[in-house]
Design a protein around this ligand. Structure first.
Ligand code: MTE
Ligand code: MO
Length: 200
């Protein structure tokens, strides 16, 4: 592969799956991008706190989290810095299983993801509540690497990848939106790869 050759869409894959302005990574290259250090997680003290506009707030330790149902789905990811990967297999707890458990109130309209070291990002509840959104623990049959978000990251394939928050520790259900880390620094809150809502 020459330096300036674009990676081709694999045979049999609909080219329309690659959003405008995006380039495929090499099949074996998944770039790493984050602000700040990679956390050192201790599963003994780790928890996922689900709070705010929910009827049944809950804080799950790792053992409790591991009892939730999981599934594997294929999904495409698109980073705002213009790389995409198509069709990787992602494993995790379907967000809809968690929504059933905590029961968002009628006032819940947005959800803020809270991560280690204060990284945040939010989406409308209507975006989160979809069958391709995972509390993600695995990628292509392996555990996520620590660098890619182990033990837990969000996966929201329909949005630019900064919304797929790594090292997730909390989900806050809110009646009004607040801007997350990158959204306060110039990234577009809509983050739709097919509309190219990258920056504001
Ligand atoms: N906690 C946390 N999650 C994060 C980030 C971060 O800085 N901190 N960066 C985001 C951005 S900008 C991108 S593109 C993806 C990159 O995920 P990857 O490193 O697994 O490719 O993680 C997102 N999730
Ligand atoms: Mo990003």
């Amino acid at each position: 592969m020459g330096l300036f050759t674009r990676n081709r869409i694999p045979e049999g894959v609909d080219p329309k799956r690659l959003p405008p302005g995006q380039t495929l990574t090499a099949p074996d290259k998944w770039p790493l991008l984050h602000f700040g250090p990679v956390p050192k997680t201790d599963l003994e003290t780790w928890s996922l706190k689900v709070f705010g506009e929910v009827a049944k707030p809950v804080t799950l330790g790792y053992e409790q989290f591991k009892e939730l149902p999981t599934k594997e789905i294929p999904a495409d990811i698109h980073c705002v810095t213009a790389w995409s990967r198509l069709g990787d297999r992602w494993t995790g707890v379907p967000i809809q299983a968690l929504l059933e458990m905590v029961q968002p109130t009628p006032d819940a309209r947005y959800v803020m993801a809270h991560c280690e070291y204060g990284y945040t990002t939010s989406v409308p509840l209507s975006v989160l509540d979809d069958d391709d959104v995972l509390l993600c623990t695995g990628w292509n049959g392996q555990d996520l690497s620590v660098e890619h978000g182990w033990p837990l990251r969000l996966l929201i394939p329909k949005k630019y990848f900064w919304k797929s928050a790594k090292w997730l520790r909390g989900l806050e259900f809110m009646s009004k939106n607040r801007l997350g880390f990158w959204e306060q620094r110039g990234y577009h809150d809509e983050a739709d790869p097919f509309k190219e809502t990258r920056y504001w």
